[in-house]
Design a protein around this ligand. Structure first.
Ligand SMILES: Cc1cc2nc3c(=O)[nH]c(=O)nc-3n(C[C@H](O)[C@H](O)[C@H](O)COP(=O)(O)OP(=O)(O)OC[C@H]3O[C@@H](n4cnc5c(N)ncnc54)[C@H](O)[C@@H]3O)c2cc1C
Length: 565
């Protein structure tokens, strides 16, 4: 018999979006819940993310005037996934998604707005949506958290401006052209005034958007629901009795303690991105060196479950979900890893090439598809790193990675090797070790296509996703304009995982399954600890946070009421 130190109904391990949702909903349903978090802050990767949640058919889409339907999404996913789909889990996600979001909105501060134009990533499949399916958390005033504001993991520093101000997608156009209209001017003045005040009283801006808003809203709601959170408390082992998981041993500064969980243990430790052994086992070699996950995501949930007889689902198409990242090494030895999500790749006047100087992808496609193509091309031609190529006018108009639009001086970026500059393409090719004839021919072909407005090789600018992230004022193709004259620039990009897609095999209620496909009683997983229901594909913006929250919700409902939700 286990000697328990304490007892709860639901023990949730890991305070990212998945775990926080499970803990919150469990408490709202009347369960006695404990949330254990390894670090001193909630949020994990979720806090540093864009915070977009992909959930089809919500009332939020109707409210925004872009109604979406679950049936259309089912058709879309059916086409994207084909026979790879785990049909039961997929259907559970589709059915529960709108209910979960409405429920959170009704009973907590976790609130969203559907984006009008945030297209699905694989628009050539039937049922793809242009807007309505991607939900953005409403901005949140961090001051409402009081002292708990310091418990929210801050955003990636690369995404902050003016010493700690968060900027959402909607803030960027007014910030770039504050005098273009009265509304731009008012918006920017408000942002700056608020940030000025914040800098006097807080270590960073308190106007939270994206992933930080999502996590802050979850934390605020957890506090209001009086859910205890044990910080700096890590899962060590699951406790199993007669085949069922009955609790867990957690470890904090005071030592180890065994907590009995009457209704179950929920693993939500954010996946294995920081576990070298699992990376080696599951990721292609070229994708192993860089990760966007916090150091704390060492696969503790996945490894503990595997020791308790769970099955690993290898993620089918990709064991990771990827973003191309540029890297800037500072003099003090620190390194900034900048994910190229939407700001530059789709803009007109940029291409990506590999060592042959040739393109290998539609650069305006999703970050995940960009890297998948990069890894595939790397099997035959060195494509890691790949190089983003553009001219000076591109950087002036759109910025490039860490270089903001309108940046006057590029010398600091050139001196530390972040940007490579050359007067001609031939010299540039020599500097970055790329075939010079290949690069010249590629740019010549690209420029001819740009003038005609049709990318013959990869269809750049042909999808809604491409065009939304392009420049609407650029004709005839919002994603293409000739590159040149010089000087020319190259920026190296590497693959980095934004999430793990492989994870614990689980059913539509988040029950962790053994190799025989049967559930391990008392053991649940959500977020990246659960293998992605999209099987290594990236259907749309919010591909990981959508399921993380929906399965967190379903697990809590099942734990509270049993049976089907
Ligand atoms: C730049 C960037 C942008 C992104 N944007 C989006 C987006 O817009 N939409 C989207 O869907 N996805 C996005 N992602 C991916 C997304 O952020 C992650 O997939 C998601 O946050 C994972 O949520 P999670 O709850 O599983 O884990 P996390 O949010 O990583 O939380 C896991 C938590 O568990 C804790 N933990 C770890 N081990 C233990 C242990 N032993 N005991 C206790 N606690 C433990 C960790 O400290 C951490 O706090 C983005 C990722 C990046 C890097």
């Amino acid at each position: 018999m286990t000697a328990w130190d304490s007892e709860v109904d639901l023990l949730v391990i890991g305070a990212g979006a998945g775990g926080m949702t499970a803990a919150l909903v469990g408490a709202l349903e009347g369960l006695d819940v404990l949330l254990c978090e390894k670090t001193g802050m909630v949020g994990g990767t979720s806090a540093t993310s864009a915070g977009t949640v992909w959930i089809p058919g919500t009332s939020q889409s109707v409210r925004a005037g872009v109604p979406d339907s679950v049936d259309r999404a089912r058709q879309y996913l059916g086409s994207v996934l084909g026979t790879r789909a785990n049909a039961g889990a997929l259907e559970a996600f589709l059915q529960a998604g709108p209910k979960a979001i409405d429920d959170l909105e009704a009973r907590s501060e976790v609130k969203f707005a559907a984006a009008l134009a945030h297209p699905d990533y694989l628009a050539n499949h039937p049922g793809a949506a242009y807007g309505g399916r991607a939900l953005a958390p409403l901005p949140f005033d961090g001051r409402r958290l009081g002292a708990d504001f310091d418990r929210v993991r801050p955003p990636r520093p690369e995404f902050l401006v003016l010493g700690g101000m968060m900027v959402s997608r909607a803030d960027i156009p007014p910030l770039l052209a504050p005098f273009r209209s009265w509304s731009n001017f008012v918006h920017v003045t408000r942002l700056l005034a608020r940030h000025g005040l914040d800098r006097i009283r807080h270590r960073r801006g308190t106007r939270l958007v994206m992933g930080n808003a999502l996590v802050a809203r979850l934390l605020y709601s957890l506090r209001r629901a009086a859910v205890p959170i044990s910080f700096e408390t890590a899962l060590a082992e699951l406790v199993q009795e007669r085949g069922s998981v009955t609790g867990a041993v957690v470890e904090d500064r005071a030592g180890r303690r065994a907590i009995r969980a009457r209704r179950g243990v929920v693993l939500a430790t954010g996946g294995f991105a920081r576990d070298a052994r699992l990376r080696e086992q599951l990721f292609p070699a070229a994708a192993r060196p860089h990760s966007l996950a916090p150091e704390s995501n060492t696969g503790d949930g996945v490894k503990a479950a595997l020791r308790s007889g769970a099955a690993l689902d290898d993620g089918a198409e990709n064991a990771g979900l990827w973003m191309p990242c540029s890297m800037r090494k500072y003099k003090d030895g620190t390194v900034a890893l900048f994910p190229h999500i939407v700001l530059d790749r789709a803009k007109p006047g940029l291409i990506a090439v590999n060592a042959s100087g040739r393109r290998f992808v539609n650069e305006a496609d999703s970050y995940h598809d960009f890297v998948t193509a990069m890894l595939e091309a790397d099997c035959t031609t060195r494509s890691v790193p790949a190089y983003l190529i553009c001219d000076r006018s591109f950087i002036r108009d759109y910025g490039l990675g860490l270089v903001h639009p309108r940046a006057r001086a590029l010398s600091a970026f050139i001196e530390d090797g972040y940007l490579v500059q050359a007067p001609t393409l031939r010299v540039l090719a020599g500097k970055i070790g790329v075939d010079a004839d290949g690069l010249e021919a590629t740019v010549a072909q690209h420029n001819e296509d740009a003038r005609a407005g049709v990318d013959q090789a990869f269809g750049r600018g042909s999808s809604d996703l491409n065009r939304v992230n392009g420049d609407a004022s650029n004709e005839p193709n919002p994603c293409m304009r000739p590159i040149g004259p010089g000087p020319f620039y190259a920026l190296a990009v590497w693959p980095a995982d934004l999430a793990t897609s492989a994870g614990l095999s689980a059913d539509g209620d988040g029950r962790v399954l053994g190799p025989d496909g049967r559930g391990i009683p008392g053991l649940f997983a959500c977020g990246n600890d659960m293998a992605s229901i999209f099987r290594g594909t990236y259907p749309g913006p919010g591909t990981t946070l959508g399921p993380a929250m929906v399965f967190g919700w379903r697990i809590a409902m099942l734990a509270a009421h049993g049976g089907s939700t």
